[in-house]
Write a protein that binds this ligand. Structure first.
Ligand SMILES: Nc1ncnc2c1ncn2[C@@H]1O[C@H](COP(=O)(O)OP(=O)(O)OP(=O)(O)O)[C@@H](O)[C@H]1O
Ligand SMILES: [Mg+2]
Length: 425
């Protein structure tokens, strides 16, 4: 800390030569420095533990701890103090050793008072400059974090509007999908009637009674019958319609899942079926995982509904599924023949609902496991990850639901995230 009252430079002088101590002390005090003197290295270390000094002026040969040992202590425990060596034995190897141990300057006895004063002032200037640089670094760090935060907020806002848009689009698609489905059902049943009718006409045409018809009409009827390949149509049309009904059914369920998934976050908790949340999230995220993994669900049919924020939990499940897909993608590569597996299971455990998302990715290296929930911690390249997925997941699960989120990972085998949510009343 600065001595702001007088702005005096605080110097500690360590030397076993009493006479020199007195001399230096008088000199330095006379020049306006605050000065404390000690006669050995251990006393210097003890004094620095008690008080903060700006500059330490150290002899090398001292009882207890020598100057080199004190340099090492300063480097480890008092990096804010700048050490300067003042010695009677000023050979080059000692000077080099002192510099390596962090000495800022190396002076030889007897030292001219003017040189001594200059050396101490330079050491203090260096100390101030370094402190200033550290402060600037801290400011730069804060700025970087603020920028990241701003980008994250922008992204969240963008996602929110995309979500709202998606909910609107889902709603718009729902209506036409519904009447296309109804019409297909109608065509399928009408087709049966038409086939029965056509069959009757054909029988009439082929009966002897048909000879009573005008020959032109009969010929046209037979030509058209041949051209239309009626048996083929009778067989293929209902198949085409049935396929279309199945397709429109899939569109409807995706749209429904999208509507549920992107339902604007309600502030109030509602009773919701976690299995249903998992299923709709799996549906909307299909494109994220289908190229790298098969996804299996094992959902407890007896799972009780719980009071929760379903929109936010959907987001959590999505983050975990995307992470799992990325982890597997890193192992199997894109467009690979062999796929990994994502398994999502739910079960009741006493007063808790437990959701597990397991993958067969590479696992999380042990040395980063305790950082994965930190905001902005990511190992992914720019554009693929911003390091927020798990921070958001923890916030939603722990802070908003009083639940827990943990991870169990084995390198080379895979990772399982385990979420536990209280069932509540
Ligand atoms: N299933 C997993 N397997 C292996 N590593 C994982 C898994 N899930 C998370 N990680 C590691 O944890 C880090 C943090 O994950 P998190 O979801 O918070 O951020 P991200 O996926 O990097 O980016 P974002 O989710 O914001 O797009 C990841 O970068 C990755 O290193
Ligand atoms: Mg993620």
């Amino acid at each position: 800390m600065e001595d702001t009252e007088t702005n005096r430079i605080r110097v500690i002088v360590a030397d076993d030569d009493e006479g020199l101590l007195k001399l230096v002390s008088r000199e330095l005090t006379g020049k306006g420095f605050t000065c404390e003197t000690v006669s050995d290295g251990a006393a210097a270390a003890a004094a620095m533990d008690r008080t903060e000094f700006d500059v330490a002026l150290l002899d090398i040969e001292m009882p207890e701890l020598d100057g080199f040992q004190v340099l090492a202590i300063i480097r480890e425990k008092h990096p804010e103090t700048i050490p300067v060596i003042l010695t009677g034995k000023g050979d080059i190897p000692r000077a080099v050793k002192a510099m390596k141990l962090g000495a800022f300057d190396f002076l030889e006895k007897p030292c001219n008072p003017h040189l001594l004063e200059n050396a101490i002032r330079r050491a203090d200037e260096y100390r101030r400059a370094r402190m200033h640089a550290r402060k600037m670094e801290a400011v730069a760090d804060e700025t970087r974090t603020a920028l990241k935060l701003e980008r994250a907020i922008n992204q969240a806002q963008k996602l929110e509007s995309v979500g709202r848009l998606a909910a609107g689009i889902a709603h718009e698609i729902n209506t036409p999908a519904q009447y296309v489905g109804d019409n297909l059902e109608f065509l399928l049943s009408a087709h049966g009637d038409i086939v029965a009718l056509m069959d009757l006409f054909r029988r009439i045409m082929e009966s002897p009674a048909a000879d009573a018809l005008p020959p032109d009409l009969l010929k046209e009827a037979r030509d058209r019958n041949d051209k239309a390949r009626f048996d083929y149509l009778a067989h293929e049309i209902p198949r085409a319609i049935a396929q279309s009904i199945e397709g429109i059914g899939r569109i409807s369920s995706i749209v429904q899942a999208m509507k549920e998934f992107s339902h604007p976050g309600v502030a109030e908790k509602t009773l919701a079926d976690i299995n249903h949340c998992v299923e709709s999230t799996v549906t909307v995220s299909r494109n994220e995982w289908k190229y790298v993994a098969d996804l299996e669900t094992d959902l407890d049919p007896e799972l009780p509904r719980i009071l929760c924020l379903p929109g936010e939990l959907n987001q959590v499940f999505l983050n975990l599924i995307v992470n799992a897909a990325h982890a597997i993608g890193d192992v199997v590569g894109d467009g690979s023949e062999t796929k990994g597996r994502i398994t999502i299971s739910t079960r009741r455990d006493g007063d808790w609902v437990e959701i597990r998302v397991a993958d067969t990715g590479a696992g999380i290296p042990e040395d980063i496991r305790d950082r994965i929930f930190d905001p902005f911690f990511t190992t992914k390249e720019v554009g693929k990850g911003t390091g927020q997925g798990l921070a958001i997941a923890r916030n939603v699960v722990v802070d908003k639901h009083g639940g827990t989120i943990a991870c169990d990972s084995e390198t080379g085998v895979g990772t399982t995230f385990i979420i536990r949510l209280p069932i509540g009343e």
